[in-house]
Design a protein around this ligand. Sequence first.
Ligand code: 13P
Length: 276
Amino acid sequence: MARVPFIAGNWKMNLTVAEGVALVKELMPRVNGLGGVDIAVCPPATALHSVGEALADSEVALGAQDVFWADSGAFTGMLSPLMLLDVGCTYAIVGHSERRGRFGKPDESLSEEAARVFGDTDVSVNLKVKAVLEHKLIPIVCVGETLPEREAGRTDEIVGNQVQSCLAGLSAKQVSGLVLAYEPVWAIGTGRACEAPEANRVCGVIRSVVGDTFGADASKAVRIQYGGSVNEQNAHDLVSQPEIDGGLVGGASLDASKFSQIVQVASVIAKDMRYV
Ligand code: 13P
């Protein structure tokens, strides 16, 4: 079966509850009914409940930006998969590079140790992915190399290892239903998106790693988004690549017009080229 492209907006640490609700109220009429594309927004935790209510009965799904693996307990500051289900989430982003502490725009004033303050690793990401799947949420699992890693020619190795470690122990069926996001760290928030053919190539590498470990059916089914400076201008180039099944959009998702244009591009591509 053909893969349905998926455009998700990661709002990161932006927008109050009122601003988030206003944004989705502007967004919904622009994207509802387009067809051929899955859509989600991932607000900060404070806005999940209200934005989820505003999205009720729309075609825009709700996602969280992170999750913890336990159901409940003494884990100050964390949110469990059950809590995300409780506020209406369908998706949870897991292992974003900003949670792994590998910032796209390194802050020179921070020590290496401080810059890794959130501390996600492939091991914790793997625990989160498993917990999310157990509760029938869909994880959006982020992988991607830093600039020094790319410059050292290690992109495929780094990304391949991340995919293997983050998905370790899952079944082929579980992998078929999840979403991977290839987000080169150097392209995040920099306005410097990865060139579409290269993003396509790395997404192909990711797909073949999935195939090697989980089989051909999982590799054909798993959706792989590209993320990193996606905007309404470069979305067509990126999303029309055969290995790229949509985008994980940061900055441009904070603007209803820009985000809806990206969704529209994906819808047109889905209908014209590959999926219908
Ligand atoms: P930008 O689109 O702002 O580069 O952010 C990408 C990202 O990190 C999405 O998760």
